[in-house]
Design a protein. Structure first.
Length: 83
């Protein structure tokens, strides 16, 4: 992705290096969010293919809205274990 004349990584840096899950891209739509979530799942040692990513993404969003803050890795792991 290119923004402001500079190439940006397709996955937000905070998602790659941070401990928060919901630093997902706000634009280019569903695919980018799913890919970002899949990337984070792989970082945590989960196989994204074993999850319904759409449903898991809805759960992540719901939890983030409920707590009014981004989910931490531990919270995402807890959500994954309930599936």
């Amino acid at each position: 992705m290119i923004m402001d004349g500079k190439e940006k990584p397709s996955v937000p840096q905070r998602l790659v290096t941070g401990r928060y899950v919901m630093a997902l891209p706000s634009s280019p739509g569903k695919t980018s969010r799913r890919q970002g979530l899949a990337h984070k799942l792989r970082q945590l040692g989960f196989d994204p293919g074993t999850f319904n990513l759409e449903q898991l993404l809805k759960s992540v969003r719901h939890e983030a809205q409920r707590t009014k803050q981004p989910l931490q890795d531990v919270e995402l792991e807890r959500l994954c274990r309930t599936y």
